[in-house]
Ligand binder design. Structure first.
Ligand SMILES: [Zn+2]
Length: 295
């Protein structure tokens, strides 16, 4: 299953204990589902857990059953067309089926438990989220523009800061940052999925750090190899010009060791001296050799 599917399955494990919350979740579902008009409420889903939850949800919220239930193997379509049932639904949200534009009735979302339930319903019906291994994007899409604007305000009240955009006749509310996606998922009842987003982020950050470290080490290695080559070149020139034998013992010892072990690191070469010397002493002598070689 996709990550979005996993999130919805986790959300559907939230118990339907309070009627106020069941109504709020159904409300969010209806405002973000395929069709919610005066003549029909139609919810289409691919998610098995949501398909199983819907009849229970509507029973708990409105004591209603769907007029159309999914056919076996077909698309999961749930629909209510009976005018009496629709009237019950609209009344519970304080509007009537003839309303021109739908609005969020904040009066039915006063309790914080209900607000979270409302957003859960909205996400189950009209939400999607990208696999955090591939990127960070969570969105809620509805064709009711004023609803989207009001949901945006509701989310800001809950200290969430989503962005908003128009797309193909829909208004989309979205998050692009992993922390905000985590907060939203935790708020609506998917803390395990939120944890997955967090882990994906940590892993990605760590991998980035390791890559930078490797690149940095490679650059340092290149520099060390370059320096050793310059040292060998300088020592050879001193040798050719007969200057090497005129140098003090300490410098001649280091020169001989460098020629014999051109790939040694400074630490390794310092250990080969007799007696061993410090890295900085070695570095000093090598620099002297390079200097003399240049003259
Ligand atoms: Zn509630």
């Amino acid at each position: 299953m996709s990550f979005a599917g996993d999130v919805k399955t986790e959300l559907c494990r939230t118990p339907l204990s309070r009627r106020c919350c069941a109504q709020a979740e159904a409300y969010g579902t209806l405002l973000y589902c395929n069709t919610f008009q005066s003549g029909e409420a139609r919810i289409v889903t691919e998610n098995e857990a949501f398909a199983q939850r819907l009849p229970v949800l509507f029973k708990k919220a409105f004591k209603l059953t769907f007029d159309r239930l999914p056919q076996r193997g077909g698309k999961q379509v749930f629909s209510i067309t009976s005018p009496e049932k629709l009237a019950v639904i609209y009344q519970s949200f304080g509007t009537d089926p003839g309303a021109l534009a739908l609005h969020v009735n904040f009066a039915v979302l006063e309790e914080s438990c209900c607000r979270a339930s409302f957003l859960r319903g909205a996400f189950l019906a009209g939400g999607s989220v990208t696999d955090p291994q591939k990127g960070y994007h969570l969105e809620l899409a509805t064709s009711h523009h004023s609803v989207s604007r009001e949901v945006l305000a509701l989310m800001r009240e809950l200290d969430q800061e989503p962005k908003s955009a128009q797309r193909k006749g829909n208004t989309v509310i979205y998050f692009k940052q992993s922390e905000k996606i985590e907060d939203f998922l935790t708020c609506i009842g998917a803390p395990l999925s939120a944890m997955e987003v967090m882990n994906a982020k940590l892993e990605r950050d760590l991998r980035g750090k390791v890559n930078r470290r490797v690149n940095c080490d490679a650059a340092n290695l290149d520099k060390a190899v370059e320096a050793a080559m310059a040292q060998v070149e300088a020592i050879r020139r001193l040798e050719r010009e007969g200057k090497l034998i005129t140098l003090p013992d300490k410098l001649r010892e280091v020169a001989a060791l460098r020629l014999a072990h051109p790939e040694d690191t400074l630490a390794q070469l310092a250990q080969r001296c007799d007696p061993p010397i410090t890295k900085s002493a070695l570095n000093h002598r090598l620099r002297k050799l390079v200097e003399l070689g240049r003259e």
